[in-house]
Design a protein around this ligand. Structure first.
Ligand code: CMC
Length: 393
């Protein structure tokens, strides 16, 4: 027995202290190590943001060069890991593959699983940042039946990922710099978001001393759900299902109907009650990419734009402070780039890995770290006597 604070869904419980990411949900502010997300998305690039999240400061030119060199040194995955991929059904969801192969890294990189050794922790961190694009691209290639494409270290992080996804042996493939910039921005906008469900999962799993690859696999599993990272796939599928602008009122009515479990995917956020600052940048990026690709009249985008307008004008969404979130526009960009919806959440996972691993590093380096062990309010039966099967009924 004991007295516990009851807070289902952790709506008002701080699980840790952290100096990485700050969110003011009322004002729509998101800062990484003090830098506004808008500035980082506009002026910085993903690997620089990785450095910032991990080490607390923006790198000097020499530090950046060294960091990039360490990352590119680890972009290949062990050749034997190819067999892990081929063990999956060819129509496996890439997220199912990601949960498996990232967890399996613990069995391949024995020299970076001792969490008490700072050098091993650093190597595990760099390995995860470096290998996630390779693994995500391999998951994609496997599910579409194309050969794996090895990383190219002369390309930047985003361009290399696009090339590993879209190049085929028989053809030359040039990465369009505007698309790789848009890809990089998607990575940056998803890099960290303080104690969300998957990050809390990584922290809780790590608090027992489990190895970082296993813990990141736990984060990927949590991210997969449609209320979290899976929302980007669900959102695009919803926009397609709506199909034409005239059907929007029907779907808005469904979202408002308490007897219908349907929700507008890509809308609402536990913390943001004003707007999601990431969605603003994403929307602008979507316009740029679609214009570049000459698909501004894409019907899905038209539905998205009209749905956003209709929802924002509706008192239900205004009262409940439901605004488009980061997932609302990212799917449109990814679809325009040629990704199938099943790749949306793996791309979120590869972007969020830096947030997970930075939070992990902060936690492990804290001498006050304790195993996470929530309590409960027990609502079951009192102690009772066991009855043999013949005496039940
Ligand atoms: N459509 C319709 N109604 C909604 C929606 C929505 N998308 N989101 C919340 N509501 C209503 C909900 O029915 C509830 O109404 P009432 O108070 O009358 O019961 C009220 O708004 C509060 O909702 P909640 O579920 O208690 O809020 P929460 O903080 O637990 O959930 C959320 C936040 C993001 C899970 C939720 O808004 C949601 O399900 N959104 C759709 C999924 C989505 O887009 N998720 C991505 C989140 S951002 C990226 C990420 O985290 O990965």
């Amino acid at each position: 027995a004991g007295v516990f604070t009851y807070d289902p869904g952790f709506t008002s419980t701080a699980s840790c202290d952290s100096s990485i990411t700050y969110i003011d949900g009322e004002e729509g502010i998101l800062l990484h190590r003090g830098y506004p997300i808008g500035d980082l998305a506009e002026k910085s690039h993903f690997l620089e943001v990785c450095y910032l999240l991990l080490y607390g400061e923006l790198p000097t030119a020499a530090q950046m060069e060294d960091f990039e060199c360490r990352v590119t040194n680890h972009t290949m995955v062990h050749e034997q890991m190819h067999r892990f991929f081929t063990g999956f059904r060819r129509d496996a969801h890439p997220m199912a593959i990601m949960v498996g192969v990232v967890g399996a890294m613990s069995a391949f990189y024995h020299d970076s699983i001792d969490i008490n050794d700072p050098w091993q922790r650093e190597v595990a961190t760099i390995r995860l940042i470096a290998k996630m694009p390779t693994l995500a691209a391999m998951a994609y290639k496997y599910t579409i039946g194309q050969p794996f494409v090895y990383p190219r270290n002369d390309l930047d992080y985003a361009a290399n990922f696009l090339r590993m996804c879209f190049s085929v042996p028989a053809e030359e493939y040039e990465v369009n710099p505007i698309l790789s910039r848009a890809m990089d921005r998607i990575f940056t906008l998803h890099a960290d978001h303080e104690q969300n469900a998957s990050t809390s999962t990584v922290r809780l799993a790590s608090s027992s001393g489990a190895n970082p690859f296993a813990c990141i696999a736990a984060g990927i599993a949590c991210l997969w759900g449609p209320a979290h990272g899976g929302a980007n796939q669900a959102c695009l599928e919803m926009l397609r299902e709506i199909g034409t602008v005239d059907r929007i009122p029907e779907f808005i009515a469904r979202a408002k109907d308490k007897n219908d479990p349907f929700r507008l995917m890509g809308f609402g956020h536990r913390v943001y009650k004003n707007f999601d600052p990431r969605a603003k940048v994403m929307k602008q990026s979507a316009d740029e990419v679609l214009e570049l690709l000459g698909v501004e009249n894409n019907p899905t985008l038209q539905v998205a734009k009209e749905l956003e307008k209709a929802a924002l004008a509706d008192p239900y969404f205004a009262e409940k402070k439901l605004f488009p979130n980061v997932d609302f526009y990212s799917g449109i960009i990814l679809e325009a780039m040629g990704f199938p919806t099943s790749m949306f959440t793996p791309i979120f996972a590869l972007s969020r890995t830096i947030g997970w691993i930075s939070q992990w590093k902060e936690m492990i380096e804290d001498p006050a770290m304790k195993i996470g062990r929530p309590r409960q309010l027990y609502t079951g039966a009192n102690a009772r006597e066991y009855r043999n099967v013949e005496d039940r009924g």
